[in-house]
Design a binder for this molecule. Structure first.
Ligand code: SF4
Length: 151
């Protein structure tokens, strides 16, 4: 079972989607300079059950088009169940992971995937030097350009 903090609705993290975003706790990667170190403890937050997900989706019924998970790939079984649940409800799915790669089983349940650990010297998705990539898995399109400000 994964734990997560309370979710929030976000407009920018997945271009073209209104996403219910969950910060899953227990990330084992320990990137230097991580902005979410309070989420490293897997006991932080509360259990991310389907019932809890449903309560929040009911609250934003008709508004949210996608469910975004910041992490959770370290418990593949639990995350797969949540992704499949979201898809059964007709919602798109996105994972932001600090890993370079994830399993094919997870990929098959995702519409969008952000890969790559946080490297402060390279910056995030809004940086031209970033090591991170956000892709639409349906088309293979790289979506990083949506995060860049015009010069
Ligand atoms: S992957 Fe993300 S949450 Fe995990 S340590 Fe790195 S920056 Fe922090």
């Amino acid at each position: 079972m994964l734990n997560a903090f309370e979710p929030r609705v976000v407009l920018q993290e997945v271009p073209g989607e209104v996403s219910l975003a969950w910060l899953v706790t227990g990330c084992p990667l320990a990137c230097p300079g991580c902005h979410s170190q309070d989420s490293w403890d897997p006991h932080a937050g509360t259990p991310l059950t389907e019932a809890r997900l449903n309560r929040w989706l009911d609250r934003y019924d008709g508004l949210v088009s996608c469910v975004l998970f910041f992490g959770g790939e370290w418990d593949r079984h639990s995350l797969l169940a949540l992704l499949r649940h979201c898809r059964r409800l007709g919602l798109k799915t996105c994972l932001y992971t600090g890993r370079e790669r994830i399993s094919g089983l997870l990929m098959a349940e995702l519409d969008y995937l952000k890969t790559g650990p946080w490297r402060a010297e390279l910056g995030g998705l809004d940086s031209p030097y970033t090591n991170q990539q956000l892709r639409c898995l349906t088309t293979g399109e790289l979506l990083n350009h949506h995060f860049r400000r015009a010069p």
